[in-house]
Design a protein around this ligand. Structure first.
Ligand SMILES: *Cc1c(COP(=O)(O)O)cnc(C)c1O
Length: 420
């Protein structure tokens, strides 16, 4: 890789995410981005199959987001949100409330997905305290799930999964059981609730796709089942739409495919079109009302320093403009059809266990991948930015990716997997 002054000087001071620093391949130096292309420092171009961890849904450097960001940057890059509000945050909150189903209408801003989930957890716990049911403080989540990397969110992720199991026992245990996706798991789920519901406040689930846990899909009926089980047992339903929100599964929000209204929803990833860090926890009216009181103790005690950052909110508003003006959901449907055709031949390659597509998510699941990082290096050598993890190779491209670029990525997967 190219030697340049900043790379040589800075690299010894960087600690990378999810990387064994002793053995990880040296990271690629990105110089610029445009559309679905990342240009490296030496001028090499990579077609991006990941869209910056599923965020850059309009492609990189969309001129409309850039113009809105520049205008906001000149006017007011940041101001504190404690006791003060501003147009970008209020416009965005009203737009999110109008887009989300039912009376999901109160928006609490944070700056990362993990923290948005933590806020949802705090809301669900304090909701019970404020209503005089403090014993109902546990959360019920599902194996294969992923809700963030912070201490509290780790406790509702899959307990066995490689990212977090070292930390088991550090935080109070939450309940993590099988997702009720068939008769056997539904029966086990019902049994669990019979005995445990009185200790629980909420069910937390990623709707339709368990993303970072392995891109495992379930059907809308599972979500309807969870909604009715939550109602029967008096539980809140929290949908973590951080990955699925903003079109990724084919509808604006995954919950719309099941026609259900969660009590709390978390959003981040594509919220700003992949430009700025921003997240939101959106609550229904009855959740919010449990915090209204003459007692100051009943207020929600949370407030990140960069909460509702105006620059980030301006980018999110620009991203929502694009969903209104450009045919994003049609593009997702086109990508789904193309991914299905282009990845199907992988099914017969050695070591391939499954090929599946939902919306703009294409997954090739292997029996195992011995070394995901070295596979990534081989994709980069082909000119493709694809980041396998666990036992899957996946594509989550920008919705604006061209047919040729998507074909190029699918071909790269076929070529690399064929060579074993
Ligand atoms: C990425 C993700 C998170 C965590 O978001 P961060 O911004 O990385 O903290 C939480 N839940 C889901 C479903 C995610 O995909």
């Amino acid at each position: 890789m190219p030697s340049s002054e900043w790379y040589e000087t800075g690299l010894p001071h960087i600690w990378l995410p999810y990387a064994q620093m002793k053995t990880a391949p040296t990271p690629l130096p990105a110089r610029s981005t445009q559309g679905s292309v990342i240009t490296l420092h030496d001028g090499r171009e990579l077609v991006d199959g990941v869209a910056a961890w599923w965020t850059a849904c309009h492609g990189y450097n969309h001129p409309h987001i850039r113009a809105c960001a520049e205008a906001q940057l000149a006017r007011m890059p940041h101001v504190m949100f404690g006791g003060m509000v501003h147009e970008p945050a209020l416009r965005l909150a009203a737009r999110l409330a109008a887009m989300l189903p039912g009376d999901l209408e109160r928006v609490f801003y944070t700056d990362s997905g993990s923290v948005a989930v933590e806020v949802a957890m705090k809301m669900a716990i304090q909701y019970r305290i404020n209503r005089g049911e403090p014993e109902r403080r546990r959360l019920l989540a599902f194996k294969g799930g992923y809700h963030g990397d912070t201490l509290a969110t780790m406790a509702i992720c899959d307990p066995e999964e490689g990212m977090h199991h070292l930390f088991s026992g550090v935080m109070p245990e939450q309940a993590v059981i099988d997702l009720p996706r068939d008769d056997a798991t539904r029966a086990a789920f019902e049994n669990f609730l019979q005995t445990q519901a009185s200790t629980l406040t909420a069910i937390v689930v990623e709707p339709l796709v368990q993303g970072a846990g392995g891109m495992v899909f379930h059907d809308p009926a599972t979500l309807s089942f969870l909604r009715s089980a939550a109602d029967r047992h008096g539980l809140l339903l929290i949908l973590d739409e951080i990955f699925t929100g903003f079109g990724r599964t084919g509808t604006m929000f995954a919950c719309q495919q099941a026609n259900i209204v969660p009590d709390i929803v978390t959003l981040s990833k594509a919220l700003t079109g992949g430009t700025m860090a921003l997240a939101a926890t959106v609550a229904r009216r009855h959740v919010y009302e449990a915090f209204l009181s003459d007692d100051p103790e009943k207020a929600l005690m949370h407030g990140p320093t960069f909460m509702a950052n105006p620059l980030a909110c301006a980018c999110a508003n620009a991203s929502l403009d694009l969903f209104e003006r450009e045919p994003r959901l049609e593009q997702v449907a086109t990508i789904a059809a193309q991914l299905s055709t282009a990845l199907e031949p992988c099914r017969t390659l050695p070591g391939v266990r499954d090929v599946r597509v939902m919306g703009a998510i294409g997954v090739v699941e292997m029996d195992r991948i011995a070394d995901p990082a070295s596979l990534r290096t081989r994709f980069a050598a082909e000119g493709a930015w694809i980041r396998p993890f666990r036992n899957i190779v996946y594509l989550t491209p920008a919705f604006t990716i061209s047919e040729q670029q998507l074909d190029f990525l699918a071909n790269a997967i076929r070529r690399v997997l064929k060579d074993g």
